[in-house]
Design a protein around this ligand. Structure first.
Ligand code: GLN
Ligand code: ZN
Length: 743
C-alpha cells in the first residue's frame, strides 16, 4: 500500500496563535516561557493532525519562531556575532535580533536581509556568511523537537534544508559554495544525532534542483551526498525538490545515494514517467500530487487513475504527498465559518489535504472508474499577449516627463511615501466592528475620512512633497481590491505566513473578474480635496493581485490577469477624471510570478508586462504613473521593470545596503525613468537618524542622477506606529532638504 506524508505543515496555528504570542512577547506582554508553551502547543496539534489523518510519518522540524532558514543558521552556529551582544545568554532573543533588529533583551541592531523564498510570498532571512566562516552544531532545537514528538508517540521524519540549498540561499563575499567543505561535517553530525535518536527517515530539501544551476553547483551534489551517505548509516534520506521541474537535474537527483526522492507533480506532472524510469529498485518515490500552494480540493479521481499502476508496481515505495510544504496553504477549513457550502466543498486547506492523502491512499487500493468528465484543457497565455499588443501610452517617457515637470513643479529630490500609514488599534477595531455589524456603514466611512484627514494633516506638517491618503480603508492591498471586484471569494481564516509574525489572507479567484463600481475614487478625491499638494492615487497592480491570490486552476493565469487589468484600467481613468494626477500602481509581486526556469521567463513577462501597461494605456501624458516594488532580485527582472515604463518606480533597497540598487545603474545608462530607492528599512522599528539618511542619500546620488531621484521609505508604513513614522519621516524630509541645500 502507498504511504502518506507531507513535506511540512503551517506553523502559525489554526487561529494564528503563533503570531499573537510572538507579538505579545516582543511587546513584553508575555514571558519567554509563555511563548515557548504556545509553540509547543502548535507543534503538538500539527503532529496530531497528521496522526489523525493516518499519515505514516509525522514531519518534525518545520516549526520556526520566525523562519526556517534562520533556524538552520542557528543550528550551524552561523549567526553573526552582533546578534549576541547584550542578549548573550538568551538564544531566542539573539534569534529575534537577527530576524527583526530587536528583541526584549539587547540593543537595536541591523537585522539580516530578508528575501523571497523561491517563487512564493514567503520571506526568509538570508544567512550572512563570511569567507572564513566556521560552522559547528550549535543548537539542539531540531533534536529537542524530534524528542518532543517521539515522546508523544509519533513516528517522526525530521525535515532539514539540504546543504546546497542552504548555501545557495546564503550571502558570502567569496561565494557560498566555497564553504561547502566546512559545512558538510555539520550535516554529518546532525544526521548521526538524528540516527542516535532513533529516527529512520530524514527529509532533506533541495529545491534548488528545480533551478537552472551553474555547473559547479550541480557538480557539488554527488560528492556532498556521498559524504552524507557515508555517515548516514541506517538513516534513510528522502531528497525533496519542489516548485519546479527537475529537467537536466533529474538524472543527477535520482543517481544520488539517497533512499527516496520527492517530486512536485503539480508544477511538473510531465516528469512523472521519467522519474519512475530513473527510480532505483530500492528507492522510494514521493509524488507531490496535491497542490501545496493552493486551496482547491485535489482531483483525486484523476490521480487514482494515473497512479494506480504505479501504486501496484511500487507498493510501499510509493509515497503520496502534497507538492511542497503546506506552509504556503491556510491551516484548517473547519475554521471557515462564513463561506457557503457550495464554495466550501471545492476547497481544501492543509488539514483537509491531510485527509485527501488518506482518501487517495484508499482509492489506490480500489479500481478506478472510467474517466467520466475528461480533463480540463489547459489554456495558454498566447491569446492574452496577442490581444494586448500596442496598448501603451502614446508619448514616450521623455516627452511625458517634460509635461509632468511643468504640471507638478516638484523640487529636486521630491519626498513621498509608498502609500499606507499606520493602521492604529482604533482603526482595526472600528473595521472589525463595522464588519460584525456593530458599527454602521456611515460611521465607518466617517471614521475612515477622519483617518485620512489626519494622515494628510501630518504629511503637511512633515513637509512631504507628494502626499498619499494613507490606505486607511484597506486591511490589505490585495484583499481590498478583491472585495471590490466580482469574481473573488474572501475567506475568514485563510491565513498564510509571509514572514515572521506577518500573515496574509489571499483572496480566492473563483471565477471571471469584473469591476461593478469605482473602488478607490471616493477616498483619493476626499484626500486631494484637503491639500494643495498632489495626493497620489493608490492601486494594486494586476500582476500583484493575481500573484497574491489563490488562482483558478481551470484557466491560465494570464486570463485572470487580463480581467483584473481591465477592471483597473477603468479605475485609473476614473481617478484621473476625478482630478488625481499621480497614480501609483504597485507591483511588488511581479517577481513572484516569474517561473523558476529561465526558459519560461519570456512567456510570463510578455503577458504580465502587457497587463500592467494596459492598466494605464489611456491616461494623459501629464498624469504621472508610479509603481512600487518590494525586496527583490531586481537584476533578474530588470528588462521587465523597464518595460513597465512607469514614470517613477520606488523600490525597497535600504536593508540590502543599497546593493539592490546596482541593477538600476549600469546597463545602457541605467533605469531610464525616475526612481525612488527606499532610504530606510520599514521592517525594523528603529528610527533612522537624519545624518545617516543624508549619508545614504549622497551615496545613492553618486549612482543615480539627482534629477531622476525621489526620496521615500522602503515600503508602506501600515505596520509601524505613528510615533516611529513621524520621527522617521521628519528625519527623511530634513535629510532631503539638507542635501538640496548643498546643491
Ligand atoms: N501601497 C502599499 C503600502 O504602502 C504597498 C505595499 C507593498 O509594497 N507591499 O502599503
Ligand atoms: Zn513594498
Amino acid at each position: 500500500m502507498a504511504q502518506t506524508h507531507i513535506l511540512g505543515y503551517p506553523r502559525i496555528g489554526a487561529g494564528r496563535e503563533l503570531k499573537k504570542a510572538q507579538e505579545a512577547y516582543w511587546r513584553g506582554d508575555i514571558s519567554q516561557k509563555e511563548l515557548l508553551a504556545v509553540g509547543a502547543d502548535i507543534r503538538r496539534a500539527n503532529w496530531q493532525a497528521q496522526r489523525d489523518a493516518g499519515l505514516d510519518l509525522v514531519t518534525v522540524g518545520d516549526f520556526a519562531w520566525y523562519d526556517q532558514v534562520l533556524n538552520h543558521t542557528l543550528l550551524f552556529g552561523a549567526l553573526p556575532a552582533r546578534f549576541a551582544e547584550g542578549a548573550a545568554d538568551n538564544r531566542l532573543d539573539q534569534y529575534f535580533r537577527a530576524a527583526r533588529g530587536r528583541a526584549p533583551s539587547g540593543e537595536p541592531v541591523a537585522a539580516s536581509a530578508m528575501t523571497k523564498w523561491f517563487d512564493t510570498n514567503y520571506h526568509y532571512l538570508v544567512p550572512e556568511l563570511t569567507d572564513d566562516q566556521q560552522f559547528a552544531l550549535a543548537s539542539d532545537w531540531l533534536l529537542d523537537e524530534v524528542r518532543e514528538a517521539q515522546a508523544l508517540g509519533h513516528k517522526v521524519k525530521p525535515v532539514i534544508i539540504g546543504p546546497l540549498t542552504y548555501l545557495w540561499l546564503s550571502r558570502a563575499e567569496g561565494g557560498a559554495l566555497a564553504l561547502l567543505p566546512k559545512l558538510l561535517p555539520c550535516y554529518g553530525q546532525l544526521l548521526q544525532q538524528l540516527a542516535d535518536a532513533g529516527v529512520e527517515w530524514v527529509q532533506i530539501d533541495e529545491p534548488i534542483l528545480g533551478l537552472d544551476l551553474p555547473a559547479e553547483w550541480r557538480d557539488a551534489f554527488a560528492p556532498s551526498y556521498q559524504k552524507l551517505d557515508s555517515v548516514a548509516g541506517q538513516l534513510k534520506l528522502l531528497l525533496a525538490s519542489y516548485f519546479s521541474s527537475l529537467r537536466e537535474n533529474l538524472s543527477l537527483a535520482f543517481a544520488l545515494p539517497v533512499d527516496g526522492i520527492h517530486i512536485d507533480c503539480v508544477r511538473a506532472p510531465e516528469e512523472l514517467p521519467a522519474a519512475v524510469e530513473a527510480l532505483a529498485d530500492n528507492q522510494v518515490l514521493s509524488v507531490g500530487v496535491l497542490n501545496g500552494r493552493n486551496v482547491w480540493r485535489g482531483d483525486l479521481a484523476k490521480w487514482q487513475r494515473q497512479l494506480k499502476p504505479l501504486a501496484e508496481q511500487l507498493g510501499e515505495r510509493l509515497w503520496l504527498s502534497a507538492s511542497c510544504s503546506l506552509l504556503h496553504c491556510p491551516v484548517d477549513l473547519e475554521t471557515e465559518t462564513k463561506l457557503p457550502a457550495q464554495q466550501l466543498q471545492k476547497l481544501a486547506y492543509s488539514r483537509q489535504k491531510l485527509g485527501e492523502l488518506e482518501e487517495l491512499q484508499t482509492l489506490l487500493q480500489q479500481d478506478p472508474v472510467a474517466d467520466a468528465a475528461g480533463e480540463v484543457a489547459a489554456t495558454s497565455a498566447a491569446a492574452v499577449t496577442e490581444q494586448l499588443q500596442d496598448t501603451w501610452r502614446q508619448q514616450p517617457y521623455t516627452e511625458r516627463a517634460i509635461l509632468q515637470a511643468e504640471r507638478w513643479q516638484l523640487p529636486v529630490l521630491p519626498t513621498t511615501t509608498i502609500g499606507s500609514f499606520p493602521q492604529t488599534d482604533l482603526l482595526r477595531q472600528v473595521r472589525r466592528k463595522f464588519r460584525s455589524g456593530e458599527v454602521a456603514e456611515q460611521d465607518y466611512r466617517d471614521h475612515l475620512r477622519a483617518e485620512i484627514a489626519e494622515a494628510i494633516r501630518r504629511q503637511e506638517i512633515l513637509g512631504l512633497d507628494v502626499l498619499v491618503h494613507g490606505e486607511a480603508e484597506r486591511n490589505d492591498m490585495v484583499e481590498y481590491f478583491g472585495e471590490q471586484l466580482d469574481g473573488f471569494v474572501h475567506t475568514g481564516n485563510g491565513w498564510v505566513q509571509s514572514y515572521g509574525s506577518r500573515c496574509v489572507k489571499p483572496p480566492i479567484i473563483f471565477g471571471d473578474i469584473s469591476r461593478p463600481r469605482p473602488m478607490t475614487v471616493e477616498w483619493s478625491s476626499y484626500a486631494q480635496g484637503l491639500s494643495k499638494k498632489p495626493v497620489k492615487g493608490m492601486l494594486t497592480g494586476p500582476v500583484t493581485i493575481l500573484n497574491w491570490s489563490f488562482p483558478r486552476e481551470d484557466v491560465h493565469r494570464s486570463e485572470s490577469c487580463l480581467q483584473i487589468a481591465k477592471a483597473l484600467r477603468q479605475e485609473v481613468l476614473d481617478l484621473e477624471a476625478a482630478g488625481i494626477g499621480i497614480i501609483q500602481i504597485d507591483e511588488p509581486a511581479l517577481r513572484e510570478g516569474v517561473p523558476l526556469r529561465e526558459s519560461e521567463h519570456k512567456n510570463y513577462f510578455d503577458w504580465a508586462v502587457a497587463c500592467f501597461r494596459y492598466t494605464c494605456s489611456e491616461v494623459k501624458p501629464e498624469t504621472q504613473i508610479h509603481t512600487h516594488m518590494c525586496y527583490s532580485n531586481f537584476n533578474a527582472i530588470m528588462d521587465a521593470i523597464v518595460a513597465l515604463d512607469a514614470d517613477v518606480i520606488t523600490i525597497e533597497s535600504a536593508r540590502s545596503d543599497l546593493q539592490l540598487l546596482r541593477a538600476f545603474v549600469g546597463k545602457n545608462g541605467g533605469y531610464p525613468n525616475d526612481i525612488g530607492p527606499g532610504v530606510y528599512d520599514i521592517h525594523s522599528p528603529n528610527v533612522p537618524e537624519r545624518e545617516e539618511l543624508v549619508a545614504r542619500l549622497k551615496k545613492i546620488a553618486e549612482v543615480i542622477p539627482l534629477e531622476k531621484l525621489w526620496v521615500n521609505p522602503d515600503c508602506g508604513l501600515k505596520t509601524r506606529s505613528w510615533a516611529e513614522v513621524g520621527s522617521s519621516l521628519l528625519n527623511m524630509v530634513e535629510a532631503a532638504r539638507a542635501v538640496r541645500a548643498e546643491l
